[in-house]
Design a protein around this ligand. Structure first.
Ligand SMILES: [Zn+2]
Length: 283
């Protein structure tokens, strides 16, 4: 059955705009095309008489039907059930299903482009974050392990960005490719429910992955302090102060990694030199 998206609330208004409207009708006198006979659903503000001669009950909910030769009339939803096989409620469910398809198409045509834009805007920082993360795991592993243990502690909020290995470059690349695949989908695929469902599932995974990557990014900003007034030096200092607090700093396991709070610098054994914390972890 044709699912028309219209809901009529004012019958007089409908009559005015449809001169072939008839107030009383016997369905047997007319022919109907089942594909187009349902013109609209009705949810009237005032109760109106059913157009069927043998009914004439007043009703608020129902349908407007169209005869094959272009006459319109209204019926109540119980007459609708008899003649169309659906009540207004059941018809609306079909209408909602049709609306859902429209919404899905809208999401698939707009959202992937938006995600790609967000990804491109964040890509340089995400890749930088991965380099910082890799550096710490390669050269300052005890710090990373302790960060993993203490990331829940309030004063170390934001340490998530070094608590586990980040592999953003491969994830960013994979995400870009997956978005391009969705964007390349044609109209034909969008019409098929199975394809739409598959594409929407892919879109949701992509969105979740981007959200997850960005959460590390905000954790990093939180850690270094992003409030106004925090300059670059303070950010580096923050890093040194927090790492200086770590118990692993005094461990024999990491004797060569000397982090001191008063010099704002870290001795990196791999580099055999003391460098500014900000210089090592440029965010
Ligand atoms: Zn009726």
């Amino acid at each position: 059955m044709h699912q028309n998206s219209r809901i009529v609330t004012d019958l007089d208004h409908f009559k005015d705009s449809h001169p072939t409207f008839v107030t009383e009708i016997d369905m047997d006198d007319f022919e109907f095309d089942r594909a187009t006979m349902l013109e609209a659903g009705c949810n009237f503000n005032t109760s109106e008489q059913c157009g069927l001669k043998k009914c004439r009950q007043r009703h608020r909910r129902g349908f407007i039907l169209k005869t094959k030769d272009g006459h319109y009339f209204n019926i109540g939803q119980y007459c609708g059930k008899t003649n169309l096989g659906v009540t207004l409620h059941e018809w609306l469910e079909g209408y909602e299903a049709a609306l859902k398809i429209l919404t899905q198409k809208e999401v698939l045509s707009v959202e992937p482009k938006r995600l790609l834009k967000i990804l491109h805007e964040n890509k340089p920082r995400l890749l930088q974050l991965e380099r910082i993360n890799t550096f710490i795991w390669q050269h300052l592993k005890p710090l990373a392990l302790e960060a993993a243990k203490r990331k829940k502690e309030r004063r170390y909020r934001g340490l998530e960005f070094i608590a586990s290995r980040l592999q953003f470059s491969s994830q960013v690349e994979q995400t870009e490719q997956e978005i391009e695949i969705i964007l390349a989908c044609g109209q034909e695929q969008m019409e098929r429910e199975m394809d739409r469902t598959r594409l929407l599932a892919a879109y949701r995974l992509i969105k979740a992955r981007i959200t997850r990557m960005r959460s590390f990014e905000s954790a990093c900003l939180r850690f270094f302090g992003s409030e106004p007034g925090f300059g670059e030096a303070e950010r580096g200092e923050n890093l040194v102060r927090i790492f200086d607090d770590f118990s692993c700093i005094g461990d024999r396991e990491m004797p060569a990694c000397d982090v001191t709070s008063f010099t704002e610098s870290i001795y990196i054994p791999a580099l055999r030199k003391r460098v500014s914390a900000y210089g090592v972890f440029p965010v």
